[in-house]
Design a protein around this ligand. Structure first.
Ligand code: PLP
Length: 390
């Protein structure tokens, strides 16, 4: 019996797994044991941004494997130090705390906000996603994800995303911080409105409210700049990263301005694995490679977005096409249905909610791979529509 046929009884059923047993990844392709290959436009959920097994990252990790795997944060770790310098140099932030995932990076951000401000109030926005641990889940304004887990952490207020009325409410609340995504990923691929962000930033800056951007999904070149905030013309006080940071090696980071980060001292926070030598080695090389790839990302994005928009003109099933960089969403009536149809034709995409197909190709996807994707996508929508007319 293959894995896809078993009920996988020993794995807790927190995921509804699709009938694919992944055994190998290479470049833009994911392989099953039987040899079936899929064009992977999920990138491990915006994680393998350089595709599977990117050569330079593989070499960096292999070199590190021969030196040191782990030693704890009781000692100086050269690769971790190098990564922190690199991230500080490439962002508007000065200091980095390393952890292992997005939710942990956000936990660290929530704790830092509380420690720095001596306040508890943090505003987040409807349809946000910040993670599954209790603090980050409390920040996640989706009650369906919180149900069954008792009371959430105190201090969170949820306001409507991209709505100007939220700004007035923000001025009244005067929270310690606002925490937000610049493109809501899980919440349906919704880019933040530039005007709205600009006014949000004004309100925060005149009221001493910290700006915390959750770039766990939008960071690491995914939106065409290394960090999405660069396209919105402001500097966050705190930023969180994870997904794409280590090309698939688990690593998360919480970055802050020095004046804010200094609220943390020895013992304030910690993580046994955080900034582990192997993950740091993968991340250093990932940051370098992605930084030199950004012009290419923008070219691919423009082409792909335009072609999908052309499809929207011709298709009655596509409701909207949106996104930033290579974080793209196609709104349809039933996203899972199209995801399945694409998978049957050898192409993997994600959904974001019930009505959005989320397209996350590797940032170094080739022109031929993009065209192959577009051909299959067109075919799938055409078949659907012919089916509807019959
Ligand atoms: C995925 C995600 C998280 C959670 O990251 P994990 O590594 O799964 O804990 C947090 N915020 C955003 C915006 C995400 O997309």
């Amino acid at each position: 019996m293959s894995l896809t046929e078993t009920s996988q009884t020993s794995i807790m059923k927190t995921y509804n797994r699709l009938p694919i047993t992944a055994v190998k990844g290479e470049g833009s392709y994911l392989y099953e044991a039987a040899g079936m290959k899929y064009l992977d436009f999920t990138s491990g959920i915006a994680t393998c941004n350089l595709g599977h097994q990117p050569k330079g990252v593989k070499n960096a990790v292999t070199d590190q494997l021969d030196l040191l795997w782990h030693c704890s944060n009781l000692y100086h770790i050269p690769k971790q130090q190098e990564l922190a310098e690199l991230l500080a140099e490439k962002s508007c932030l000065d200091e980095v705390f390393f952890c292992n995932s997005g939710t942990e990076a956000n936990e660290a951000a929530i704790k830092l906000v509380r420690k720095w401000s001596n306040k508890e109030t943090i505003v987040t926005f409807t349809k946000s996603f910040h993670g599954r641990t209790l603090g980050s889940l409390s920040a996640t304004a989706q009650t369906n994800l919180q149900e069954g887990f008792g009371s959430m952490l105190e201090g969170f207020h949820y306001l409507p995303y991209n709505k100007f009325e939220s700004l007035k409410r923000l001025e009244e609340l005067k929270p310690a911080a606002v925490m937000f995504e610049l493109v809501q990923g899980e919440g349906g691929v919704r880019p933040a409105d530039h005007q709205w962000i600009s006014q949000l930033v004004d309100v925060c800056q005149s009221n001493n409210i910290l700006l915390v951007v959750d770039e766990v999904q939008t960071g690491m070149g995914r939106t065409g700049t290394l960090f999405a905030y660069e396209q919105y013309g402001f500097e966050p006080d705190i930023m969180t990263l994870a997904k794409g940071l280590g090309s698939g090696f688990p690593i998360g980071a919480m970055l802050a301005k020095e004046t804010i980060g200094s609220a943390f001292g020895p013992g304030s926070h910690g993580s046994t694995f955080g900034g582990n030598p192997l993950a740091s080695a993968a991340a250093v090389e990932t940051v370098k490679q992605i930084s030199s790839l950004l012009p290419e990302v923008n070219q691919t994005s423009t082409y792909l977005l335009n072609e999908i928009k052309n499809l929207l003109e011709k298709s009655s099933s596509i409701i909207d096409v949106r996104g930033l960089g290579l974080l793209l969403g196609i709104e349809v009536r039933n996203a899972a249905h199209y995801m399945t149809h694409l998978r049957e034709k050898g192409v993997l995409v994600l959904t974001a909610g019930a009505t959005v197909l989320r397209i996350l190709p590797p940032l170094n996807v080739t022109h031929d791979e993009v065209n192959h994707f577009l051909n299959i996508l067109t075919e799938v929508f055409q078949t659907e529509e012919e089916g509807e007319q019959e």
